[in-house]
Design a protein around this ligand. Structure first.
Ligand code: LLP
Length: 444
């Protein structure tokens, strides 16, 4: 993952991140940043800042790139990873496109139900599913549990038995490959908490296979996030197919492969593979394997999150003050680490662009920081920007793991969200008020 380090960064052109972002030059020579044709500065006037704004067309195009990469493969499912951005309007948009969903909590299941998503096309992952969550998922007819331990397999069997139903399960295996990404978002190494090792997997499958309350559906493998190199996918697939051969020799036939998510996006100058660079080659590899073994082609699913929504969204913010401390200039903006956690948590790099770019204004080298009482509350470092107090900026590539990781730290209300569809902006989440925050603090 690109980290934001001390040398001065060259500006990121918003156009290089999404075809839906452009600068338009007005009669005064000032350039306005527009998304799907909607002027972002006007949206900041209308809805206030900080504000998340997303392009529906970007999301549709990104989803369709996956759907098209699976063309010709019957029953392939693209299960959008809800954790990347869980606004129900975005989930509804994806459900309309035919997406399934990758969920990790009862809350995410409730969201896809609220959005009109099909629970039968949902897979339920996560290392710590409670009995209540498992029961809720069985009641709602979730398609499959991606099981992360032997203990969880036993718990699902118990809950299914208590309800007199059979639960469909896939085992999430940990193939021990290095996804070559940030350590916090690398999940396929032995030392990660995710999944079951290849050595331990057969034993867990045997248990599931003999249980009358479990139906062994498939195998699941997700190795990490923000992958910019496709080779770890192929290494992981080799290991998964070897496991399937081993299980087949024992009479346990697996006919479904969930190959996870993780394809990266451009934040600065990365050149991540596109779905069509990765999926057809993975599919071909599975086909070759199936033919060689004389078995039918397994069904496949994928779990992309970031690559669907990451570059669909920007976080708009307004410069409150520009302040000099020692050698450094700080642009203090009204967005903060509680709104976009990624820089504070991973030192992640996000591009920054002026909403109204006026080359006549002198540019200054600034760190973009928020009002939260933490030195870690920064959003971008060492950027040359044509700004003065009161100007607005877009923090780019903020559609994934932005609002979903937001908090109320410093008793700040979470941002409003706007979705642009064919140039029309619609408020899809209101700004959180102090009444919203105090509602659950009862009894004083
Ligand atoms: N499937 C599973 C089992 C996952 O754990 C994840 C992400 C995905 C799919 C979706 O991965 P994606 O296609 O979005 O890379 N907060 C971090 C990212 C955490 C990713 C967690 N798992 C960030 O802001 O970079």
């Amino acid at each position: 993952m690109k980290t934001d380090s001390t040398p001065t960064h060259t500006a990121v052109a918003p156009e290089s991140l999404s075809t839906q972002l452009q600068y338009q030059t007005g009669s005064t020579g000032i350039q306005s940043l527009v998304m799907e044709g909607a002027d972002l500065n006007a949206l900041a006037d209308q809805f206030g800042t900080p504000l998340y704004v997303y392009s529906a067309q970007h999301i549709i195009d990104a989803y369709q790139a996956y759907a098209q990469a699976c063309e010709g493969l019957a029953d392939a499912t693209i299960c959008y990873a809800v954790k990347a951005n869980s606004n129900i309007h975005i989930l509804a948009l994806l459900a309309q496109q035919g997406a399934g969903f990758d969920i990790v909590s009862a809350g995410e299941l409730a969201r896809i139900l609220a959005a009109g998503g099909n629970p039968a096309k949902a897979v339920f992952a996560g290392v710590g599913k409670t009995s209540d969550e498992i029961r809720f998922a069985l009641e709602k007819g979730v398609g499959c549990f991606n099981v992360e331990s032997e203990q969880e397999m036993a718990r699902i069997a118990n809950v299914a038995q208590s309800m007199g139903v059979k639960a469909k399960v896939s085992l999430r295996v940990n193939p021990d490959v290095d996804a070559k990404t940030h350590p916090y978002i690398s999940t396929g190494l032995k030392e990660n908490k995710f999944g079951v090792s290849m050595e331990a997997a057969p034993q867990v499958y045997r248990f599931a296979h003999q249980s009358p309350w479990l139906e062994v559906h498939g195998v699941d493998c997700h190795i990490g996030s923000q992958l910019t190199d496709a080779s770890p996918y192929f290494d992981a697939l080799d290991r998964v197919l070897a496991l399937l051969d081993q299980l087949s020799a024992e009479g346990i036939e697996i006919n479904h492969l969930d190959l996870g998510g993780g394809i990266g996006i451009r934040y600065l100058d990365e050149t991540p593979p596109s779905p069509k660079d990765v999926l057809p080659a993975l599919i071909a590899k599975v086909k070759t394997w199936a033919q060689a073994k004389g078995r039918s082609m397994p069904t496949l699913s994928f779990e992309p999150g970031r690559s669907i929504v990451g570059n669909s969204g920007v976080l708009l913010t307004e410069v409150q003050f520009i302040k000099q401390n020692g050698d450094k200039n700080f642009a203090i903006v009204d967005a903060a680490m509680n709104d976009l956690m990624r820089p504070a948590m991973y030192q992640a790099f996000h591009g920054v662009a002026e909403l109204q770019k006026d080359a006549a204004k002198p540019s200054q080298l600034v760190d973009l920081v928020g009002p939260v009482c933490e030195s870690g509350d920064w959003l971008a470092r060492n950027r040359n920007l044509h700004i003065e107090q009161g100007d607005r900026l877009a923090i780019l590539s903020a559609g994934a793991y932005g609002q979903t990781m937001a908090s109320n730290y410093n008793s700040r209300g979470r941002c409003a969200e706007v979705l642009i569809t064919q140039g029309q902006a619609r408020l899809i989440r209101t700004r959180e008020t102090i009444e919203d925050q105090l509602r659950n603090e009862i009894g004083l």
